[in-house]
Write a protein that binds this ligand. Structure first.
Ligand code: BMA
Length: 329
C-alpha cells in the first residue's frame, strides 16, 4: 500500500465511487465544474491548475476568449468546486521586456515550492511555444522569470521540492503545430533559470500493447510524492481517422532519480466517454493539469480539461492509482 507524503487536506473535494465504478478514476457527479462562459468574455475554460490556498483554494485558469486568444486568469474558491475566476487576464510583472512580450499563454500548472506558488505554462515567444515560468505569493501579483527552455516545448511541470538540492521540471519537446510525436523528459536546475542534465523519462508505446499512448504523451499534474515514488498523472494520445484522442494514465517515478520509471499504466485510467469530454472545441479530450491530495486519507482530486471547452473534476486514491500500474517492461 503506497502512502501519500505531504499535507493533510481535510477539505479536499471528494465523492465516493459508486459500486459500479470499474475504472481507477471516477468523475464528480456534478461535472463539468466550470462552464465555458464562466467569465465575461470566455469561449472556453479548461486545462487549468488549482492548489490549496489559505483556508480554501486558488488557481490559474486557461480561458480562451471569444476572439480565441489564449491567456491565463487567476481564480479563488472556498470548496474547490465553485470558482470565482477573474474577468481580466493575469498581468505578469518583472521580466525583461524581451521575455515579457505577450504572444499566447495556455495550459498552466501551479506548483508550491518553499514559500511561493510557481506557475508554468506553454508560452508563445516570437510565435514559438516554450515553457513560461512565473511565481506568486497571493494569486494577485505574478512575477515572470526567464522562459525555461528553448522552443519548441510544452507541458512543463515542476516537481514540488528540490531533489538532491536541485529543481526538476518535466517537459515535452515538440514542434510549432499540433505535434504528432512527443515523449516526456526531465531537466535539472540549480536556480530555475539555467536548465540542464536533460534525461528521457518515458516515451510513447508503439504497436497495440497500449495504443492509447502510441502517438505522444505529456506530463499532466505536478508529481505527487508517495513513499514508493513520484506518482505522475499524464496524458497519452492516439491518432485516429477522427484526429487525436487524449486519455489519462499514470506512472511511478523513482524518488531520487525521477527519470527512472518504476511502473506505468498499460490501460488508461480515464478516457473521453461523457458528452462534455467527447463534444466541444476539440472533441475527445481529457487533459489533466492539477491534483489536490490528502495525505491522511490517500485521496486525490484531479482537475482536467474536457474537450478543450470546460473543466472537470475526477477522483482516485493513491492505492487505486498505483494498483492500476504494471511493471515497466
Ligand atoms: C494540445 C494542447 C492542449 C489541448 C490538446 C487537445 O496540443 O494544445 O491545450 O488540450 O492539444 O486539443
Amino acid at each position: 500500500m503506497a502512502k501519500l507524503i505531504g499535507r493533510h487536506l481535510p477539505n479536499i473535494p471528494w465523492q465516493e465511487p459508486e459500486g459500479t465504478e470499474k475504472l481507477p478514476v471516477w468523475r464528480y457527479k456534478g461535472n463539468p465544474i466550470i462552464d465555458r462562459f464562466a467569465t465575461k468574455n470566455s469561449n472556453s475554460i479548461f486545462n487549468s491548475a488549482v492548489v490549496p490556498y489559505e483556508d480554501g483554494f486558488a488557481g490559474v485558469f486557461r480561458c480562451d476568449s471569444r476572439s480565441i486568444s489564449m491567456d491565463l486568469f487567476a481564480g479563488f474558491s472556498r470548496d474547490g468546486i465553485q470558482w470565482d475566476i477573474s474577468d481580466e487576464p493575469i498581468a505578469l510583472q518583472g521580466a525583461c521586456p524581451e521575455v515579457a512580450k505577450r504572444d499566447f499563454r495556455y495550459d498552466p500548472r501551479v506548483c508550491f515550492i518553499d514559500d511561493r506558488y510557481y506557475v508554468t505554462w506553454c508560452n508563445g515567444y516570437s510565435g514559438y511555444p516554450t515553457i513560461g515560468l512565473a511565481y506568486t505569493f497571493d494569486f494577485k501579483t505574478f512575477y515572470q522569470r526567464e522562459n525555461a527552455f528553448l522552443p519548441f516545448n510544452r507541458n512543463g511541470v515542476l516537481f514540488p521540492r528540490r531533489i538532491r538540492e536541485k529543481y526538476y521540471m518535466l517537459s515535452r519537446p515538440s514542434d510549432n503545430g499540433h505535434t504528432p510525436f512527443g515523449d516526456i523528459f526531465v531537466s535539472e536546475s540549480p536556480d530555475l533559470t539555467y536548465w540542464g542534465r536533460h534525461r528521457l523519462v518515458m516515451g510513447v508505446i508503439k504497436g497495440d500493447e497500449s495504443a492509447w499512448q502510441s502517438t505522444k504523451i505529456g506530463a499532466g499534474c505536478v508529481p505527487i510524492e508517495t513513499d514508493e515514488g513520484w506518482l505522475l498523472i499524464y496524458h497519452g494520445v492516439i491518432n485516429t481517422c477522427n484526429g487525436f484522442v487524449y486519455r489519462m494514465g499514470c506512472a511511478l517515478l523513482d524518488l531520487e532519480e525521477p527519470w527512472k520509471v518504476k511502473k506505468r499504466t498499460k490501460n488508461y485510467i480515464l478516457g473521453p466517454h461523457e458528452l462534455y469530454e467527447c463534444v466541444g472545441g476539440v472533441p475527445n479530450v481529457v487533459f489533466p493539469c492539477a491534483a489536490l491530495t490528502d495525505a491522511a486519507t490517500g485521496r486525490i482530486a484531479i482537475y482536467y480539461g474536457c474537450a478543450d471547452t470546460v473543466t472537470g473534476l475526477a477522483f482516485t486514491t493513491v492505492d487505486r492509482s498505483t494498483d492500476a500500474m504494471d511493471e515497466v517492461r
